[in-house]
Design a protein around this ligand. Structure first.
Ligand code: 3HC
Length: 321
């Protein structure tokens, strides 16, 4: 059904009619005609987003057995399960565009598709669970709340629940940071160290500066993206700096300064060379992350086979009844 849609994707003159629908705020649904480029961009972005949710379980899953209390363990477990759920909604949304989850996974494992750069950094201490929730989920929300209004129906609807859950994740991270920052001097030092290590990688999550962003202009015209990368990064800095101040922690940026004229902070850009290296597969944990996904995929083959065999048996049983 969806494959047929791909063959009838609109191009040329029809693009103007499609753009007019987008401009009028009419959502695009799976069976609607759409330009091939719109479909391709959505598959790239939603697929990358889904992979990020699933790979994003790894740095935190690493701490479930070492959480400092039963309560923290339960909260972290619930958060990591939520991320699996987000991956599921997003893979489902992506499948409506005519690509299967198996194909998406194979593209991830072959390196053809990306996942967020942030998950290629290690989580070294318990304070990192705080920094990840506070900064990484905080950056994710900043980017994803506007996506609830994006033009593709299944993606925009998936974002509604995801954003509610991400908001809980952000608060649980900040709550860990509060415990650490207002705890012993050693705990405060761990919190500062986690902020030092996660600050710039979190800024990178928004993607390259607008001038270097390949897809932003077209994606914003199509309302696949609602804001530019720099605008969201600035908003994130503006909201996060006062939160760091409240914790008594220092954002690791000597150039950070309130700019009255722009009503926002001036801040240092992340190291974009590092960003491109991480995106190319040369970050601290890229190999480890992909290896874990490959093992899970190959190790789960027997289970997927079992599910398919059971489904086929049920179909035969119902047909015979
Ligand atoms: N990590 C990896 N790759 C990135 C990246 C990042 N942080 N930011 C940009 N890139 C890649 C792009 O994919 C693109 O490469 P490609 O053409 O090979 O796909 C290239 O860098 C140029 O960047 P653009 O700005 O042109 O790319 P986009 O227009 O796609 O913008 C984006 C990047 C802002 C991340 C956009 O894709 C987006 O808004 N995606 C949806 C949200 C998302 O994926 N979030 C993942 C965050 S993690 C998460 O949600 C998990 C939660 O639990 C915390």
């Amino acid at each position: 059904m969806y494959a047929q849609n791909i063959e009838t994707d609109q191009t040329g003159a029809d693009d103007a009619a499609f753009q007019a629908r987008i401009d009028a705020g009419i959502k695009v649904e799976p069976k609607d005609p759409m330009p091939a480029g719109y479909r391709k961009t959505l598959i790239r972005q939603i697929g990358q987003h889904a992979h990020s949710e699933v790979v994003g379980q790894l740095p935190e899953g690493n701490w479930i057995t070492r959480a400092p209390s039963l309560e923290r363990k339960l909260i972290l477990l619930a958060k990591v399960q939520d991320e699996a759920g987000h991956g599921l909604y997003l893979y489902c949304a992506c499948e409506t565009l005519g690509i299967s989850r198996d194909e998406l996974t194979e593209k991830l494992l072959s390196g053809e598709m990306k996942y967020s750069s942030i998950f290629n950094y290690p989580t070294l201490t318990w304070a990192d669970m705080g920094a990840v929730g506070w900064l990484v989920d905080g950056a994710a929300i900043m980017n994803q709340v506007p996506l609830q209004r994006c033009s593709y129906g299944p993606y925009s609807r998936a974002m509604v629940r995801i954003c509610k859950e991400e908001s809980f994740h952000q608060r649980q991270g900040y709550s860990i940071m509060m415990n650490m920052a207002f705890g012993t001097p050693e705990q405060k030092e761990m919190a500062q160290d986690a902020l030092n290590r996660f600050w710039y990688p979190s800024l990178m999550m928004f993607g390259p500066s607008d001038k270097d962003s390949v897809h932003s202009a077209q994606s914003m015209r199509w309302k696949i993206k609602m804001n530019g990368n720099d605008e969201l990064r600035q908003k994130f800095v503006n909201e996060t700096v006062p939160q760091a101040d409240y914790l008594g922690l220092k954002v690791p940026d000597d150039k950070l300064q309130w700019n009255e004229a722009k009503q926002g902070y001036d801040f240092s850009e992340p190291d974009w060379n590092e960003f491109y290296q991480v995106v190319k597969g040369n970050g601290p944990c890229n190999r480890e992350r992909l290896e874990a996904r490959r093992e899970a995929w190959e190790g789960g083959q027997w289970f997927r086979d079992g599910l398919m065999a059971y489904a086929a048996k049920e179909t035969r049983r119902r047909a015979a009844a």
